[in-house]
Design a protein around this ligand. Sequence first.
Ligand code: ADP
Ligand code: MG
Ligand code: ZN
Length: 631
Amino acid sequence: MPSGIMMAAIAVSVVILLNMVIGAMSRNNMVRVTYDEFVALLAEGKVQEVEVMPDRLVITLFPEELAYEPEPTPAPANIFEVFTQQRNQGSANQPLVVYTGRMPDPELRAMLDYHGVTYSAAIITTNWLQMVFFQLMLPILFILFLFMLLRRMMSGMMGGRGGIMGIGQSNAKVYMEKKTGVTFEDVAGQEEAKESLTEIVDFLHNPEKYTDIGAIQPKGALLVGPPGTGKTLLAKAVAGEANVVFFSLSGSDFVEMFVGVGASRVRDLFKQASQHSPSIIFIDEIDAIGKSRDNQMSSNDEREQTLNQLLAEMDGFDSSKGVVILGATNRPETLDKALLRPGRFDRRINVELPDLKGRIDILHVHAKKVKMSSTADLKRIAAITPGAAGADLANMINEAALHAVRMNRKEVAQEDLMEAVEVVIAGKEKKDRIMSEKEKRIVAYHEIGHALARVIQKDGKPVEKITIIPRTKGALGYVLSAPEEEKFMHSKDEMLMEIVTALAGRAAEEVQFNTQTTGASNDIEKATRMARSMVSMYGMSEKFGMMGLESIQNRYLDGRAVLQVSDQTGAELDSEVKKILQECYQKAVDLLKQHDAKLREIAEYLFTKETITGDEFMELFERELPWPTGI
Ligand code: ADP
Ligand code: MG
Ligand code: ZN
């Protein structure tokens, strides 16, 4: 960048210099005289010719007269000194030309006639070209130059790729990795994904095996799944397993300010990959360039060009060359259909959230990196973290290690792991937050409401922990529940039970204190979402039956549903959802009323203890049997 500034400085001085030279040239070494000097010269008969210009008179003098001026002259001495100097520098026969500013002189013509001087008006044509060049072209050229300079500086700042001359040239070099150092061992769970990818590895090793029999290998595979499930990790593992050159870019690396840069980057990438074949090209977060082109709202030339180039390159290259393209995305539904066509990313590899076994395996992989106590029970941790992605679990192990250090332990204990789970789920404990007795009591009843609803409805489904110590992610208290088995489907009854459980917190507040607090907002949101999807997506209402009313836009991110029906049907959907919620809430209230003695007993216990374990809860709950069986 200093060189850029220097170049700019040089450019500026060149322009100034040029202007000076041209200015000097255009004045043609003329000397300026005052008007009275001119009149004096005229009177002495030294003027040969006068050219009348709009702003000046250009006066040509007789050379001889001046050259041989013998006597001191009436004209001011200094002018003649200049003349003599000029004469010494220039050639002897050159006529001397001087100029003077034009005065509004009505006598001028008569005076010139009287002295027999030739005069004419100048026709100004000569300076046009010059003027256009210097006044217009030069500034434009200069600005263009500056612009290019700026661009170069910017691309320098953005990682030194490209530049004025080689836009998009050899960018891929930056991303080339000979060894990723990751193998399939480092990726736990995801067995199906690994199996599909093993085939690709095999292809890179022995392409003949496939070409001999006439099989065409897939050109590309797209890894699809929620964030943090190990897509990037898997792609690296493929490269590590295949032991080939790995070109890795993120989709957003292609999208730059200038149209055409992305496309040329794609071209370069493919060129380099085939030069280094066998190799793998990995485009992470491919949705950044692969977004559907028919989205009118946000048309983007640069992205479209890049995408088109990518499509063209994928069509163009020969899969027998040993180049495999991997892509990863968590927004597959936004991808342009052309990308998914056979011959492009024709293989889709789902990388889903891990199941119980997957979570155990992932925890083991990451536990190897820390000193883990032999008493640590990773299975238990896996059991209480349904829905956690690989990245969350990796994070938990690290949080646990940090907690162990804080506790001055030499190895990570189960306690640290449990704390880490809660930190990842609910945030850190807010120790400094002081709740009033009244608020604390309401929270205790609220949480016991949830726990009771769960245990009563499910016939003793274990509760892991109940706490009313607030956490940074917003919860004032919560019930940590441990599912005994992994579920892939939920029945209508189960969904209703979940809704009842979610609403039981508010129901407990109502039953005990006859109040309604803001603490239930999350519960309400969750219950509403469940009730709504029962009606709109799972065909679980009598009113709409199997009619699908909503579809999910991006399954792996926020999972927001989009309504696909008329306003009127939408209104009916709302009233159906409301009905379910009302019924479930009523059920929660009834349930807690039936067990209000238990509610009071356990909630007061929680109020004093602040945190109780699932075992303590069950013990209290099962005491003084029999109690009325509610449902
Ligand atoms: P994605 O690309 O799907 O968003 P990443 O591959 O970047 O997720 O995963 C982030 C981190 O989470 C990884 O570096 C790894 O530490 C951990 N991780 C995710 N999934 C797994 C897995 N299946 N096995 C082991 N570690 C995993
Ligand atoms: Mg990733
Ligand atoms: Zn609640």
